[in-house]
Write a protein that binds this ligand. Structure first.
Ligand code: NAD
Length: 518
């Protein structure tokens, strides 16, 4: 078992940065360096503003990266961690070769997106970044270093890593481990500080088990050993794909139920409550909504589908593919409903979008449902699509929109096109015909209304007949939120039951009582 003194993490993204920061935070005697070839990203990690937003991330990074002279009490959600005075032990660098060469353990934490061209396009995993990083590691790593797959990879990738190492450093001993990351964006630090489990896959040889024990030692600084699960390499790699596929499957399942509810009078939230009490089912991931987004669920299901296809398991591939089909069905249903509620046309209308990130508490917009909704709405020629997100930098959103539509040659941003990105939610909603809440940010649940008069356009629908209209529930659901003001205020929890006008079924809120500021 190696006494680990130096760890290098290749890839300073959503996984590499926070994971390395928490490892450093809890192991003050281990020097942890995160390397990336993206100079801009490393510069941001070395600044006061990390390149990603995660609750608690700044505090953890500052303690480990800058050191402290005094004991710090760190609180993240339910967790309180006390950190005595310490030297800095977390570093960010672009010098991949040097940092890798000094490490006892090297984490591979690079992106593994879906392959977009060639054989397996649209399903297989694009291994370019992983192969490139593996090559760099193979050339630079010191003999005996432990190479850890942190990225989500297809089953049997460790063999590719092993082969690459053998090509560049024949005969040099390296052990390869699989240690997939189960953090969820938005709660990354909380998840890393208190993981449900740490999964370590190794070969079952003496050297493989010793390498797994070395990594276990690093995690045991803050994770109870009963939560550290050791399995074989292939089980570990496949477990990550299966975990994401199962989570996404639950979302698609409850979304199919929401479609039935809307036609029958059953209430999907009540069903979730009823079935969630069954200990075999559990209550999590039963919130009907717009469907899943993010950089992982879809690509990981596609990877599983591709694996099944290559193993000639067509029925298995079809089964998992259906999870993605339902996700798209749900999003399309939402857009159709928006257009139908606006009398079948968006021409001459401003549509506001609150929330652009793929989920709350992150600024990540990769595979965000909002992006797909914008694409669909554009086809109906609204006069304006006004976007606001509390965490996404408007300039970044604009750049992303330019990039997304670059191949079409269309100029979609104002003044040439209909899309405008706002810094202020009220401006985004001003004179709008419909406001679509597409990310469940807390501030959209209880929005304060600044003004007495309606900020919406006079043709905003008086009813939108959502399945269960209340401003207080999680948004990003099949709602067009119709915020009312002045004389028609009622609290979200008590919509007036007997009013016969359509607007009575629509929630209204007196934000002054309920809402934290936007
Ligand atoms: P990311 O795109 O945010 O970060 C990857 C980083 O790797 C980039 O900064 C890129 O510049 C860098 N990189 C690529 N090739 C490199 C090389 N040769 N040398 C140095 N740096 C290199 O990706 P991410 O979201 O952090 O995901 C990383 C992996 O973790 C993926 O396999 C993903 O599936 C998995 N994962 C992601 C999440 C999540 O919530 N984002 C959760 C669990 C697992």
């Amino acid at each position: 078992v190696v006494k680990v003194k130096n760890i290098c993490c290749v890839g300073a993204g959503y996984v590499g940065g926070p994971t390395a920061a928490v490892i450093a935070f809890h192991n003050p005697n281990i020097r942890v360096t995160v390397v990336d070839k993206d100079v801009g990203r490393i510069r941001k990690w070395n600044s006061q503003h990390p390149p990603i937003h995660e609750p608690g991330l700044n505090e953890v990074v500052r303690v480990a990266r800058d050191g402290t002279n005094a004991t710090k009490v760190f609180v993240e959600g339910d967790f309180t961690v006390e950190m005595p005075a310490r030297k800095q032990n977390l570093f960010f660098s672009t010098d991949v070769a040097k940092c890798v060469s000094e490490a006892d353990i090297v984490f591979l934490s690079v992106n593994t997106p879906t392959k977009m061209t060639g054989i397996g396009a649209g399903a297989a995993t694009n291994m370019v970044a992983l192969e490139g990083a593996t090559r760099d590691i193979a050339i630079a790593a010191k003999p005996g270093a432990i190479i850890v797959e942190k990225s989500t990879v297809p089953c049997r990738t460790a063999q590719i890593v092993r082969d690459t190492l053998e090509v560049h450093r024949p005969g040099v001993p390296f052990e390869i481990l699989s240690n997939p990351e189960f953090l969820a964006e938005g709660t990354a630090i909380k998840d890393l500080l208190n993981p449900d489990r740490i999964l370590i896959g190794s070969s079952r040889t003496k050297a493989g088990l010793a390498a797994a024990a070395s990594l276990e030692e690093v995690y045991s600084a803050w994770v109870d050993r009963s939560r550290i699960v050791t399995v074989n390499l292939w089980s570990s790699e496949l477990s990550k794909l299966v975990a994401n596929a199962m989570l996404a499957q639950r979302i698609s399942s409850i979304n199919t139920v929401s479609a039935i509810c809307e036609k029958t009078g059953a209430d999907v939230d009540e069903i979730a409550k009823a079935i969630g009490r069954d200990a075999r089912l559990g209550s999590k991931f039963l919130k009907a909504g717009l469907g899943f987004g993010g950089s992982c669920f879809k690509k990981d299901i596609l990877s599983l589908v591709y694996l099944a296809q290559t193993l000639n398991l067509e029925e298995v591939a079809d089964y998992w593919m259906q999870v993605i089909t339902i996700n798209e069905f749900q999003r399309n249903r939402f857009v159709k409903r928006v257009v139908a509620n606006l009398h079948g046309t968006l021409i001459g209308r401003k549509i506001s979008i609150l929330g652009y990130a793929f989920k709350k508490d992150t600024s990540d917009t990769r595979e965000s449902p909002a992006v797909e909704v914008v694409k669909s709405l554009l086809a109906d020629n609204p006069s304006e699509i006004a976007i606001f997100d509390p965490r996404c930098n408007p300039e970044d959103v604009k750049d992303e929109i330019k990039r997304l539509f670059a191949t079409t040659g269309l100029k979609l941003l104002k003044p040439d096109g209909p899309i405008e990105v706002y810094k202020d939610s009220y401006e985004a909603c001003h004179d709008s015909s419909a406001v679509l809440i597409l990310t469940e940010w807390d501030q959209f649940r209880y929005p304060p209304l600044k003004e007495k008069d309606s900020i919406f356009h006079k043709d905003a629908p008086s009813t939108v007949a959502p399945t269960k209209p209340t401003l207080g529930r999680t948004p990003s659901e099949l709602d067009i939120l119709h915020m009312m003001t002045s004389s028609r205020h009622t609290k979200p929890s008590s919509p007036s039951p007997n009013n016969s006008t359509p607007s009575s079924s629509t929630p209204q809120t007196d934000g002054t009582e309920l809402a934290p500021p936007l």
